[in-house]
Design a protein around this ligand. Structure first.
Ligand SMILES: NC(=O)c1ccc[n+]([C@@H]2O[C@H](COP(=O)([O-])OP(=O)(O)OC[C@H]3O[C@@H](n4cnc5c(N)ncnc54)[C@H](OP(=O)(O)O)[C@@H]3O)[C@@H](O)[C@H]2O)c1
Length: 288
């Protein structure tokens, strides 16, 4: 069985992938107990002791604000340690799967969806840290795959704790009757995490390069969250009360960082539309 080192093993993406693929692959979980990625010098000694065929590197400081406020610490985790992990994969002759983000396009002034060959343009530390690793891989690595993910969503289930996502944020606002604001000045993809997880066997077999992972979404973030609340069955009057527009956020410039995922279709992986993905998720969780 293929042995996969899974960093960030307690995280949302990693645990969803492991949950779905536990019978197909042998996962070796790497959490903070095994490696603290704030200390890049500890990465190589640990990994060189392990026996593996693939590394799926999901561990990161994934919050934009944290990376902005802690540039050195987040650089150590998101760049220096990530490169050490990639180097260990190279040294072991293993495949390296790196999780990047749609945020590499958050400085673009033109509209998306963007393809893998479009120039990146990013105005945040978080996105620029991902770009730095992508560039290192493109220049130095072989046997590697970069997955740029849209915003991912899902709900909590045993063994999977979702990180902040639009479905949970919209639902929390509605069920706790706590107004939440979402910007109409942004457009991005939103993909069901289990849709990624169930394609993992195909992803692992992809040739070297960068791939976009996103369902198709044509709503702004504010419209998306209102629509989610509708799909959850809440009446319009309540949605008007609890899902509010944040007109200030990104008022300076409309952000469109949607990803064009057509390249993956050529490998039999189709992320479809956000309507299909939400429907699937709500069915999985017995909502419909
Ligand atoms: N979720 C999304 O919508 C999304 C979209 C685009 C890209 N991504 C990328 O996908 C990857 C996974 O995201 P996620 O949503 O699964 O995030 P997550 O749930 O926050 O998982 C990140 C994992 O990294 C671990 N980690 C953080 N700092 C560490 C450190 N210093 N040493 C060891 N482990 C550390 C965390 O450990 P603890 O559990 O102990 O905190 C956590 O398990 C990230 O690279 C992120 O940039 C996510």
């Amino acid at each position: 069985m293929t042995r996969i080192i899974l960093t960030g093993a307690n995280g949302f993406i990693a645990s969803a992938i492991r949950q779905y693929n536990n019978d197909r692959f042998e996962f070796i979980n790497v959490t903070r107990k095994q490696i603290d990625f704030t200390k890049p010098e500890t990465v190589t000694p640990y990994l060189m002791e392990q026996d593996f065929d693939v590394i799926l590197h999901t561990a990161a400081n994934a919050q934009t604000e944290f990376c902005a406020n802690n540039p050195e610490l987040s650089h150590a985790v998101n760049v220096e340690s990530a490169i050490k992990v990639a180097e260990a994969a190279q040294a072991k002759g293993a495949k390296f799967l790196f999780i990047s983000t749609e945020q590499v396009f958050n400085g673009k002034t033109e509209a998306g969806p963007f393809t893998e060959t479009d120039e990146v343009n990013c105005v945040t530390n978080y996105g620029n840290q991902k770009i730095e690793v992508e560039q290192w891989l493109n220049a130095n690595a072989k046997d590697y795959v970069i997955l740029r993910l849209s915003s991912m969503f899902g709900m909590a289930m045993p063994g999977v704790r979702p990180s902040s996502n639009f479905l949970m944020r919209a639902w929390n606002a509605m069920r706790t009757k706590t107004p939440a604001k979402f910007t109409p000045n942004e457009q991005r993809g939103m993909t069901y995490v289990m849709h990624l997880a169930e394609n993992f066997d195909k992803i692992i077999a992809l040739p070297d390069g960068t791939y976009h992972v996103s369902s198709v979404n044509n709503r702004t973030t504010y419209e998306l969250c209102r629509w989610i609340a509708e799909e959850l069955g809440y009446p319009k009057e309540e949605i008007d009360q609890y899902i509010l527009p944040d007109n200030e956020r990104y008022a300076d410039r409309f952000r469109d960082y949607r990803l064009n995922a057509d390249k993956l279709k050529g490998y039999g992986i189709d992320f479809g539309t956000v309507e299909e993905d939400l429907d699937r998720c709500l069915k999985d969780f017995g909502w419909r």
